[in-house]
Design a protein around this ligand. Sequence first.
Ligand SMILES: [Zn+2]
Length: 328
Amino acid sequence: MDKKSLFSRLQDVIETDVLSNRVVTVVGLGTGGSLVAVELAKCAVGKFRLIDFDRLETHNVVRHACGVRDLGRLKTDAVKDAVLNCNPFASVELYNLNVLDEGVDLAQLLSGSDIVMACTDSERSKYHINRCLINLWFEQKISIPAIYAGAYERAFGGDVMRVVPGASPCYDCVIGSVQQLPFMATMPKSTVPYSALENSAAFRAEPGLGLDVHFIALLQAKLALMTLLRGTDTQVADIPYDFLFWGNRKEWIFPEPFKCIFAKTEMRPDCGTCGTPARAATPTEEQDLQQKSQEIICAAAKAGADTNSTVNGYEEVELAPHLREYSS
Ligand SMILES: [Zn+2]
């Protein structure tokens, strides 16, 4: 098999030579992360770092990129095989670990990546990845973009966020500001997607169709391609947004199935991760600011969860003006 014939159907669609040299780190190899890795491999991405500590279990099979033949295997091993099954020219490094464990040098793991795909199912790990990448920017002026994605209750929808350190608001900024938008209070109850309240030890995987999660993961993967090809003579047009809501069903802010709402995001000056006070603070002050930032988000998330409201249709949802402007 030669590379040219393998990627011949991508010719004049995407720059496979460029992508062959790109390093993509995927943190979390569940339903979304496994699909992201396989789809990027199909697009000729040539270098992967796969991070997960879990094994493939029976309940994973109906949603995961790997199936019954991989039951009991480490997800890193199984996804590596799935990646190589599509793109045998890829190189794949495996890290069987939890990024939240003490002793894990996340900065070292992520350094050298061209992009980080944050596909974990806990908010704590997403915050940790964000903090690590923002620190790399402030301390070493290394800007590694990351794409975060998450699904809502029963995957009725989800969102995808791009963060480019030094050029866009960070994950903490965006979650903090999104949580304070009026329509977040009407999100279907029990759904606290950005729950800093979440006890990750008691975390239960949300039910939902694999294909509904896949829509979100595919948007995440496509946004990664746009980002990886920035600055090149590419045929893949980028979008001027870093945050999007995707609706699989007519629910909450989505007037009909398959609805995408784009949002422009802004830095929060009081952000506990990238805000001016946080960057100028001593380690102790920095911890206080982080705590304060988490509390703002917790309070907003809790307010949303406590309203116990039902959303009957789009008309009842007040979109913030700047979101309405970018609705499509
Ligand atoms: Zn920030």
